[in-house]
Design a protein around this ligand. Structure first.
Ligand code: NAP
Length: 281
């Protein structure tokens, strides 16, 4: 495949505060496997330093990823957005083309792929309960609208934020209570940060519809308590690690136009979880 543009000078992850992040290890594995000598580094950038940082990155033709709290601000700064970034209302992947900043969103594809892995396909004619209304929930709703005859019911701690989110998605509605959002859902998604730092559950296990699958966008070593408890109660359940690895792979493929080595990327985070492993034949 011929490349329309040169490789980026370097790769960065923009966020604040960043703390420990798996992204440099995951991307480093993909870059090494592809023999690409480009560095990927986490950059902790406070919001007031973001405009100048982006100017400098554009000048040096860098590319990268974006995480909390910059996904909306980078989207607003981009000269061009891909359709999926415009739909999600957030940018998690960017690059430079002819001096212009281009924004994309691989969280949508990462989420879609993790649901396909968990359920063997995307849901059809089904209801999806989405807990949360931030940038990640926008990516979830953008994926759900690509699934046949599916709709989403959103519940968020701050109702106004859920109203603003669903107003952009005709197949999504805000529910006044968690119970209403869960009613009849075939898939329940945690798109909040509940469970990130402790064992708090975004949804009590006994409130889950009996046959619902559970997808937690949060990931922690050894999976989240919500995922472990849901699985113990008989639900199909996955945490956010498959989405994290896939959104990183999709970003690599955007930057370099070569297939990303997903096995190498999984290797950087200890390998695929048990439920994703293909049994030996
Ligand atoms: P965000 O824009 O800051 O939104 C945070 C969301 O969490 C909001 O809905 C917020 O509700 C809710 N929330 C926070 N603390 C809460 C609490 N104590 N109780 C109830 N709700 C609470 O963040 P985001 O970008 O959407 O990310 C959300 C989560 O998804 C994060 O944990 C992030 O790590 C994860 N994520 C994972 C991946 C992946 O690849 N696996 C990708 C993207 C994001 P309010 O509106 O009421 O504040």
């Amino acid at each position: 495949m011929s490349r329309a543009r040169a490789w980026p000078s370097r790769l960065v992850l923009l966020g604040h505060p960043l703390g420990h992040t798996l992204s440099p290890a995951i991307h480093g594995a993909a870059l090494r496997s592809a023999g690409i000598d480009v560095e990927y580094r986490a950059l902790d950038v406070p919001p007031d330093a973001l405009p100048a940082t982006l100017d400098a990155l554009i000048a040096e033709r860098a590319a990268g990823n974006v995480t909390i709290p910059h996904k909306g601000a980078v989207a607003a700064r981009c000269e061009r957005l891909t359709d999926v970034a415009r739909r999600a209302g957030a940018v998690n992947t960017f690059w430079c083309e002819d001096g212009a900043l281009v924004g994309h969103n691989t969280d949508v594809g990462g989420f879609d792929a993790s649901v396909r892995a968990l359920l063997d396909d995307v849901p059809r004619a089904a209801r999806v309960a989405v807990i949360g209304a931030g940038g990640a929930a926008g990516a979830v709703l953008a994926a759900v609208e690509g699934w046949p005859r599916c709709d989403a019911r959103v519940w968020n701690r701050t109702a106004e934020r859920a109203d603003a989110l669903v107003s952009r998605f005709p197949r999504a509605a805000r529910e006044a209570s968690l119970a209403d959002a869960l009613d009849g859902a075939a898939l329940v998604v945690n798109a909040t940060s509940v469970g990130l730092r402790d064992d708090a559950l975004p949804v009590p296990i006994d409130a889950l519809p009996r046959d619902a699958a559970v997808l937690d966008l949060v990931y922690r070593p050894g999976e989240t308590e919500w995922v472990r408890a849901a699985r113990a109660a008989g639900h199909r359940a996955a945490d956010g690690l498959p989405m994290l690895v896939e959104q990183a792979a999709l970003a690599e493929e955007r930057w370099f136009d070569v297939p990303a080595d997903r096995e190498a990327m999984w290797g950087a985070v200890g390998g695929r979880p048990e439920w994703m492993r293909v049994p030996d034949r």
